[in-house]
Design a protein around this ligand. Structure first.
Ligand SMILES: Cc1ncc(COP(=O)(O)O)c(C=O)c1O
Ligand SMILES: N[C@@H](CCCC[NH3+])C(=O)O
Length: 375
């Protein structure tokens, strides 16, 4: 059990805390899905790019799915060996940089991008859009025709001799297996038709934010059935599934304010965790010290923005001001989407590995907010 209050006292708040053992366990669980198949897992750094955490991924021998030079640098700092590059806005200059840095696999987003890769010696996958409804939040759904990513799967016929395989990613936080099976089957048909050796299945495996998660056993059975006869390699780009449940946001209760409703005001707001505001996301909350009285409250941050909310209408024991509360499942798209709005510095990050506690990113100082400014 992690003593979050002790960590809050020692490192201050807001504080991101990660559990190394949980990360390792989730990587192992992800690997079980592909047992008996030729497959590799890459970690999607957009979910979290702290190199100290990526080092765990490297030790567990999974590669990196990166979308920028910044993420590429993080993966190199961590010693990650296989590099896959995703993105719909690659420039000539970036391509030279990535190739010089030893890029292994590229996911090409459009037919317009394809010529940029002619003559470049990397594994080339074309991102296809399988036109599958992922049944997730519209802002994180990507597999329909209307979305900006990839090309319609029928377009593959025009360029099949210039690519090594296809890539798809239908969205994130998907908790039903059916959209995956639908998309994976379409990908397999396409790969068989053109004799492709690679199918990149993307990510999107949903975690338990509020009671529903992807059934990994069913996923495993489905994947092993669909790809049983496939004579090629599968790739999975997993972000949230690996790191989401292994991270916590620890924030101090500044006050409990009775108004028309009860507001629990914390020192973290949408600057530290923007998911509740962007996607109405639900992060379970642990109250560490309370009056024992239960109320229904909004948990809000300190920013000058009425939308600055971490949890809405939540039934909680009233926390004691000055003590910490913990938001669960904050490991993915938590720190990586944090920002400096209202002059708020980035939180610190701590890694707990059994008995060992390590500060893996110190809190940004307020002076550092302005280090790039010239006057
Ligand atoms: C192309 C691509 N691959 C992988 C991921 C990782 O997704 P997730 O964190 O849902 O596993 C994303 C993000 O949704 C993505 O856009
Ligand atoms: N950032 C989103 C997921 C989008 C993933 C990017 N493809 C989230 O927090 O859930």
């Amino acid at each position: 059990m992690i003593d979050f209050q002790k960590l809050a006292n020692e490192f201050g708040t807001p504080l991101y805390v990660y559990d190394a053992e949980k990360i390792r366990k989730r990587i192992k669980k992800a690997k079980t899905v592909f047992e008996g198949l030729d497959a590799e897992i890459v970690f999607a750094l957009k979910a979290n790019n702290n190199p100290a955490l990526l080092k765990i991924m490297a030790e567990e021998e999974i590669g990196a799915d990166v979308v920028s030079r910044g993420e590429l640098l993080a993966s190199k700092m961590a010693g990650m060996k296989r590099i896959l590059w995703n993105g719909n806005g690659k420039t000539h200059e970036d391509i030279t940089h990535f190739v010089n840095q030893g890029l292994n696999i590229v996911c090409i987003d459009s037919l317009q991008e394809l010529p940029l890769w002619d003559g470049v010696n990397v594994i080339k996958l074309l991102r296809v859009n399988p036109d599958v409804d992922a049944r997730t939040h519209p802002h994180i759904s990507t597999g329909l025709r209307a979305h900006k990513f990839g090309v319609p799967i029928e377009k593959v016929s025009e360029v099949a001799d210039r690519i090594d395989g296809i890539h798809l990613h239908i969205g994130s936080q998907i908790t039903d297996v059916e959209p995956f099976f639908d998309a994976y089957s379409k990908a397999l048909d396409c790969a068989k038709q053109y004799g492709f050796k690679y199918i990149d299945l993307g990510g999107g495996w949903g975690i338990d934010y509020e009671g529903k998660e992807l059934d990994i056993e069913r996923l495993q059975k489905g994947i092993s059935g669909i790809f049983a006869g496939f004579d090629g390699k599968l790739i999975a780009e997993l972000g949230r599934f690996i790191i989401g449940p292994a991270g916590y946001l620890v924030t101090k209760v500044v006050s409990v304010k009775p108004s028309e409703k009860i507001f629990i005001v914390t020192d973290a707001g949408m600057n530290a965790l923007i998911r509740p505001v962007l996607y109405d996301a639900h992060h379970r909350i642990q109250v560490l010290a309370s009056t024992k009285k239960t109320v229904t409250a909004d948990v809000v941050g300190p920013l000058c923005e009425s939308g600055d909310i971490l949890a809405r209408g939540r039934k909680l024991e009233v926390p004691i001001p000055g003590t910490a509360i913990v938001l669960e499942n904050a490991g993915a798209y938590g720190f990586s989407m944090a920002n400096n709005y209202n002059g708020m510095p980035f939180p610190a990050e701590v890694l707990v590995d059994g008995e060992e506690v390590k500060l893996i990113r110190r809190r940004q100082s307020i002076e550092e907010l302005f280090t790039n400014v010239k006057m």
